[in-house]
Design a protein around this ligand. Structure first.
Ligand SMILES: [Ca+2]
Ligand SMILES: [Ca+2]
Length: 383
């Protein structure tokens, strides 16, 4: 691999840069860890993602490529008190440093593949339990790099990659092939110092860190189906192992997004999801309160109520009785009076669809039967 002459000069600056590091404020620290479980805990605390397994696919043999931090830094933490730092150098070097210092440490890790040009890669694997009703995985991140501005458009294309299901990215010379990456810029490229649009790096965004430029705080999201799904988060050097890059990560959420709202690619907006999936339609934890259908319904009128639930706001509800739409009243709660008078005797079906303000849909159907007439009386039965 070619080495630009000036890259050699930057290495001696490392010792001076580390000497400038002030101790962490009392009670707050960037704590290096090689426990993937610690990282999962910091990434999900205060949120609703359930991590059932955490491990490293790859982690460099030396140094501190991963850390948990509770130091307020570059807009982090985003949720809860802690966040995660993954680095192709020293994850603990991010704080209280001069941007004039050089963040540059070779951690001794060679490429994933024999022909690869990546170095010092850390790939964190998180197994997420995606509950019924959830359809989106999303997290917040900021990528920062020492490669800016000298190596923009060069072969030292350090990058951050997020993948779901499997990790397949590879490198060759200055190229990165990452077909499964969902944290891509508007040009479908990985987030690096060469990224565009909202992922463009700038020096001001790295303020407070040792790095020379960073992206704004971004969000990466991808659609997902219920079950156990693996999330892979990768950071690496490219071209050589020096002039490091780092990613700050937090606010990992598995939840329910409105149709079309959970889009792959980086964004700057809020999380597009209702955290934690959706409650069921019926039952003790359900959002729809209706009479039991175990017994026949003898009343001629009843009222369907939409229950208040934490983190849920309703836009509207749509109710059909035997395919005929019923008026829904929006008061302190959404309610729908169901009037069975005039309906034929026998079975009837109530179909309820609740739409939340995030566009998520909770729907359910209940079939009732009217009470059978007492054969001995001959009177007209009540419903
Ligand atoms: Ca490195
Ligand atoms: Ca580098």
């Amino acid at each position: 691999m070619d080495q630009h002459p000036s890259r050699r000069r930057i290495v001696p600056a490392l010792a001076a840069g580390l000497a400038l590091l002030a101790p962490a404020p009392a009670g707050a620290a960037i704590t290096p860890t090689r426990s993937a479980g610690d990282l999962a805990s910091a990434l999900t605390e205060g949120g609703s993602a359930q991590v059932t397994g955490a491990s490293f696919v790859t982690i460099p043999p030396n140094g501190n490529p991963a850390a948990v931090s509770d130091v307020a830094l570059a807009g982090f933490p985003k949720q809860g008190g802690r966040y995660v730092i993954l680095s192709s150098g020293d994850a603990a070097a991010a704080q209280n440093a001069s941007q004039g210092a050089g963040a540059s440490l070779s951690l001794g890790a060679m490429a994933r593949t024999p022909a690869g040009s990546d170095r010092d890669a850390t790939v964190l694997k998180l197994d997420l339990k995606v509950p019924s009703g959830a359809n989106c995985v999303t997290f917040a991140f900021r990528f920062a790099s020492e490669e800016f501005p000298e190596y923009v458009g060069r072969q030292y294309n350090d990058a951050f990659i997020a993948e779901l299901g499997t990790t397949t990215w590879t490198t060759s010379a200055s190229a990165i092939t990452a077909p499964g990456n969902f944290a891509f810029d508007p040009a479908n490229n990985v987030v690096s110092i060469n990224a565009t649009g909202p992922a463009t790096v700038a020096p001001a965004e790295a303020a407070g860190t040792v790095y020379d430029a960073a992206t704004q705080i971004l969000r990466a999201s991808t659609t997902v189906t219920p079950g156990t799904r693996s999330l892979f988060l990768s950071i690496f050097d490219q071209g050589d192992g020096i002039l490091d890059s780092t990613v700050l990560l937090d606010d990992l959420i598995v939840g329910a997004a409105a149709p079309g709202a959970c889009k792959a690619g980086v964004t700057t907006g809020p999380a597009p999801v209702q955290p934690g999936g959706l409650p069921p339609a019926f039952g003790p934890n359900g959002v729809i309160s209706v009479p039991s259908n175990k017994k026949c319904v003898s009343r001629r009128k009843f009222r369907i109520r939409i229950r208040k639930r934490k983190n849920l706001k309703y836009e509207t509800a749509i109710v059909f009785v035997n395919k005929k739409r019923v008026r829904v009243v929006k008061g302190r709660r959404l309610t729908a009076p169901v009037d069975l008078r005039g309906l034929p005797k026998g079975r009837f079906t109530v179909q309820i669809t609740v739409i939340t303000t995030t566009g998520a849909i909770i729907s359910g159907k209940r079939t009732y039967r009217t009470c059978a007439p007492k054969r001995t009386t001959g009177k007209t039965p009540n419903l």
